[in-house]
Design a protein around this ligand. Structure first.
Ligand code: UGY
Ligand code: MN
Length: 243
């Protein structure tokens, strides 16, 4: 692909952002860190999805008031500190930080991670809590009974949580069992392998590093094509009245 070509596509109800289109920028309040803002409210998404790279010695800042944060390490190592506990997070390590919870993210040697932030939607009598874990420690469940499509639910399905973050692993030839269309929106990143993603009436070849935004009700389907499995991480808004 030469410099005048890109697989990136941006539509009213979906977007595919591929690595050759990435433009990094500094993040207000952070040091030694750069982020590519992959999706943001300015395009119609209800969240901000970023790809953050920390250099050695980097430090973070807290999100805006009322905003919750999820991060998932792709490469390298970072130090996550919150509620008087420090954890080293490496590939597959993740943290969910409820809105208003003080925390710091630093890296002594450098790290690249997925970050998703959204304005928390409060619910009377319920609250979210800090989660620090690893994808490797979460049980994989066959999706709608299909053992060739395994789902890991990284956050608790409790009323206090208004977001789900899941990973999916599809074996070659496996697919979503139907064309989904639902009120929830998605922000997604391919971690491994690839295939074909149907977004509305368009069909896109996709691979590791690609990111997809799907607006509410966008018809969506994925089929894993290739010699190895495909794995993606995705966000979904959950547990709130759509009215
Ligand atoms: O949870 C979901 O809605 C999921 N099955 N969607 C997707 O992978 N596009
Ligand atoms: Mn879906």
């Amino acid at each position: 692909m030469n410099g005048a070509q890109s697989r990136t596509r941006v539509a009213r109800d979906h977007a595919l952002i591929t690595p050759e289109s990435h433009v990094p920028a500094s993040i207000p309040g952070w040091t030694e860190a750069r982020a590519i803002t992959i999706f943001a409210p300015v395009m119609g998404a209800g969240f901000v999805q970023s790809l953050v790279t920390m250099s050695a010695g980097a430090t973070s800042a807290v999100p805006l008031p009322g905003v919750e944060r999820f991060l998932f390490v792709l490469e390298g190592s970072l130090r996550f500190e919150a509620e008087a506990r420090t954890t080293t997070l490496e590939g597959g390590g993740y943290a969910f930080v409820p809105a208003g919870t003080p925390h710091t993210i630093t890296s002594a040697t450098g790290a690249t991670f997925f970050m998703l932030e959204k304005r928390y939607v409060p619910l009377a009598g319920a609250s979210a809590r800090l989660i620090v874990s690893r994808e490797q420690d979460v049980p994989a469940v066959p999706f709608l009974g299909d053992p060739s499509a395994l789902l890991r639910t990284l956050l608790p399905d409790e009323p206090g949580f208004d977001m789900a973050m899941n990973t999916f692993v599809f074996q070659p030839g496996a697919s979503l069992p139907m064309v989904e269309s639902h009120v929830m929106e998605h922000g997604l990143v391919f971690l491994e392998g690839g295939g074909v993603y149907r977004l509305g009436d368009a069909w896109y070849p996709v691979q590791a590093g690609d990111a997809i935004w799907m607006a509410p009700y966008l018809p969506q389907w994925f089929g894993c094509i290739g010699k190895g499995p495909a794995r993606y991480l995705y966000y979904k808004d959950v547990n709130r009245d759509p009215m």
